[in-house]
Design a protein around this ligand. Sequence first.
Ligand code: GAP
Length: 488
Amino acid sequence: MAKISKLEDIVSLCKRRGFIFQSSEIYGGLASCYDYGPLGVELKNNVRKTWWQHTVQFRDDVAGLDSSILMHPLVWKASGHADKFADLITECKKCNTRTRVDHLTEHPDEHTEHITVEAAMADAGKLQSKICPNCGAKGNFTEPMPFQLMFETQMGANVDDSMKMFLRPETAQGIFANFRNVLDTTRVKIPFGIAQIGKSFRNEVTTRAFIFRTREFEQAELEFFCEPGTDEKWYEHWKQARFDWYIELGLKKENLRFREHAPDELAHYAKACADIEYKFPFGSGDWQELEGIANRTDYDLRRHQQGIRTLNKWYENKGDLSKISLANESEDYQSGPLSYFDDQQKKRYIPYVIEPSAGIDRSTLAFLVDAYDEEEVRGQTRNLLRFHHAIAPIKVAVFPLVKKDGMPDIAHNIYDELKKHFMCFYDEKSAVGRRYRRQDEAGTPYCITVDGQTKEDSTVTVRDRDSMEQVRVSTDQLKVYLREKFSP
Ligand code: GAP
């Protein structure tokens, strides 16, 4: 129970301090959708920024992309999502609650999700022993049925000729669809990757645990293209690189682990897959997927090449040759438009793909949970978020000790100068002790206070969030002092 109450503490802190709100709250709220408030948007921006730095900026072999959410419907046919992206669900005959078959268990406290639809289908006959997570009724379920996870929408103003479209359920397909464009417009050579961050949408049957599983969420995905035969080496490389990113940003090592997928659990496109799991404070299992790293082989590029061919044939039969895309289309897969010519080895092949796929919201939740701390200070509870500097929403808070003797003017001048370089916050309301506590709860690493001594020797106090120690720093050295503190 203590752990569940910890998640509740996070939810309440997020609401109280303006990190995360329920969507459409003034209308009673919209289930499983959340809005990021003033502190939350800074935190999430910082999570995105550090992912981008580590995945794109600090590397020479990864290029960025921002593809559209709406894509040609044939993309989803080729990728397999139109036919295979479904959960098997069943309905409780007593309370009409729909649940994923692979989420049903024999005991109320159990949690399971590491099985594929195929495995769940094979297991569906055993529903008699399972209980409804809503009302607890045992074995009283309808026949399992597939439930399409993609959200549908229409494109076009006229009802008659509007086209049925899907909101993308992963950002990855935007990358595969642009593989040729990136290859033709940059000087990249295999091995190289294309990365993007963006919204994805899934009509999840069950949403859970705050921002852990929602219907609208953000993904940070990398498709790393490599020569077949080198894929296993790159798979290991990316597993380690992604694990290290979480550790570098302060997640405790004991709360992270790898979980390699069993062969019957692999997605239809994957040769191997490992989850980086985090010990979240909910459910009985605790360990939950934070990110997946998959070896997608050449499945996607091959399928899209086939998709282009089918479309071209269709235009050919109609006699509409102007619509034919990628003119060098060929019957031979290895020399088709989504193949790669290695000019050193003088050979052509369809690259294999290693895909680290992270959730920005899910990582943000992990960073919040991991940073959350409570301690006793002089008989009072101090709540704080021990964020790594790189992701802390506000880096520096500036206060006058009291609202007189010219202190607010000096403090404001310091704030105006520092905010050009760091995300800063100015506060002069209430007692200084309470202002420190508010910044501890926001995870602000440093608080600067202008006091009576400042007028005499131009120094201020700088208070460290974690140790609560205070040092005096000369005002003209503040920027350098903070730069050093924030340097990686
Ligand atoms: N392209 C591969 C892919 O989408 P996934 O395991 O379905 O793989 C990758 O998703 C990551 O996206 C997950 O590890 C998780 O962090 C995030 N994610 C997936 N579904 C989510 C949801 N409904 N809500 C929040 N995050 C989600």
